[in-house]
Design a protein around this ligand. Sequence first.
Ligand code: NAP
Length: 232
Amino acid sequence: MASIVVTGGSRGIGAAITARYAARGDRVYFLYEKNHEAAKAVAEKTGATPICCDVADGAAVAAVFSRIPEVDILVCNAGVCWYGLLTDMKDAEWDRIFDVNVKGIYNCVKAAMPAMLRKHAGSIVTVSSMWGQVGASCEAAYSATKGAVIALTKALAKELGPSGIRVNCVAPGVILTDMCANVAPEVLEELSQETPLERNGRPEDVAKVVESLADAEFVTGQVLGVSGGFVM
Ligand code: NAP
């Protein structure tokens, strides 16, 4: 039985990843920030262990991981978005999106490292976005964080490979979760029409790819798009 930690496992893509690992019999811990009801529902449905912890808070993350004896797979999925013109963005909003989407991964990887190094084994999957590959108008900060996630993944893959730890990344396209709740239905429809596979994605589409990438024993430093071909 493998020990899995999923950040942002209470909703959307993270909840699907949590459910997938729980269904295969792994011991799953998932972090979430504030939505206790959603976390409780995922825990009841899957048997996974919910942990309320802001990934941007390095001390809190370190305390959480110090109580998890083994981490075979770490999925850094927690993320937030911000939509609007860069000129309308406040400094605190810029800082927060980087604190969660980039520093959150730094905090979790650093905290998971002792357990993985002890075993000379481990697999980390980060969750970027296709906007981190090609950039999105009105999502400049979000795109910048997701580009940083890709660079961080590749750098860590080089740094940690000799220690038996693989690091890969998924770059989802439009996935129907709460994150898209403020996107107008006609815009979502247009996006699905621009997608070669002619639909928007489901959280399970990403969960399936995360699982196979995490298990691929001779793959590291790779970025796999899960966008129905929107970005190639
Ligand atoms: P979501 O439905 O909004 O869920 C976000 C999850 O992250 C929730 O479990 C949330 O916890 C958690 N979270 C947010 N901030 C956190 C923090 N500071 N500390 C701990 N947990 C935190 O989002 P999603 O669509 O599933 O997105 C998951 C990941 O995929 C994100 O990294 C996102 O950027 C990426 N992505 C999404 C799409 C898309 O179209 N949906 C596309 C590309 C990439 P609470 O429930 O407590 O708030």
